[in-house]
Design a protein around this ligand. Structure first.
Ligand code: KIV
Length: 267
């Protein structure tokens, strides 16, 4: 199977047990590069609140910020399947408000789908959005928008009652019409059980080896913050060092009178 292009390809990948690769993206430069790889799909995550804006949680992220970034990403990756996060409080107030916000994301960004966090309490919301022909991705486990309710950023579903609730929630989201489900910071065995109990694909982050696909935050996988080293993360580059080394060389060249050289000047 080639790269994912449509919602149907998620289903095919799940049926064929072909792992799905997803990465977050927030800007044009990285979107352009991702488009040139074989990565399946892009999530414009509200994690932009952390890695772009420097907030300690995703709670402050606004709908306008999500639209701004998703529209930029779409321009950089015109042929990719782009999922945009619905930010905190954009789908909690009323069905009307939720539908207007989803409509803005789809119309103003060109995204292919939206993602929202939460289980049974949001099943009806997923149903309404899906009925309006907007594909929805669910998100269970650590749901960062609920950090204040959860009491921190920790693994979810370790206790038997919470484990059972998550399995039920996953099924309710599937029944409500979600075409895919993100599982964040969940014990591997639970993520596996949920994946095997659903017909839609699961995408894991800190959820072990047996989900239908994986997602990482692009800044994390490229090693842009040397302070961030959670157990689930594999860094595929060390851009923090690369960028600092390049900037130091540039500074040294300017201060030392080596840049610009003759070849960088106009006649
Ligand atoms: O906002 C985000 O980047 C996410 C991923 C971590 C799944 O929701």
């Amino acid at each position: 199977m080639a790269r994912i292009r449509t919602i149907n390809d998620f289903k095919t990948a799940r049926e064929e047990k072909r792992p799905i690769s997803m990465v977050t993206c927030y800007d044009f430069a990285y979107a352009r590069l991702i488009e040139q790889t074989e990565i399946d799909t892009i999530l414009v995550g509200d994690s932009l609140g952390n890695v772009v804006a420097g907030y300690s949680t995703t709670v402050p992220v606004t709908l306008d910020q999500m639209i701004y970034h998703a529209e930029i990403v779409r321009r950089g990756a015109p042929s990719m399947f782009v999922i945009a996060d619905l930010p905190f409080m954009s789908y909690h107030v009323s069905v009307g408000d939720t539908m207007r916000n989803c409509g803005r994301i789809m119309k103003e960004t060109g995204a292919n789908a939206v993602k929202l966090e939460g289980g049974r309490d949001f099943a009806k919301t997923v149903e309404s959005i899906t009925k309006a022909s907007i594909p929805v991705v669910g998100h269970l486990g650590l749901t960062p928008q609920s950090v204040h309710k959860l009491g921190g950023f920790s693994v979810q579903g370790r206790e038997e009652d919470k484990r059972r609730i998550m399995i039920e929630d996953a099924k309710m989201l599937e029944d409500a019409g979600a075409f895919c489900l993100v599982l964040e910071m969940v014990p591997e065995a639970l993520a596996r059980e949920i994946t095997e109990s659903l017909s839609i694909p699961t995408i894991g982050i800190g959820a072990g080896r047996f989900t239908s696909g994986q997602v990482l935050v692009i800044n994390d996988l490229l090693g842009m913050d040397e302070r961030f080293k959670p157990k689930f993360l594999k860094k595929y580059a060390n851009l923090a060092d690369t960028v600092k080394t390049a900037l130091t060389s540039y500074h040294d060249d300017v201060v030392g009178g080596r840049f610009p050289a003759e070849e960088h000047t106009f006649k």
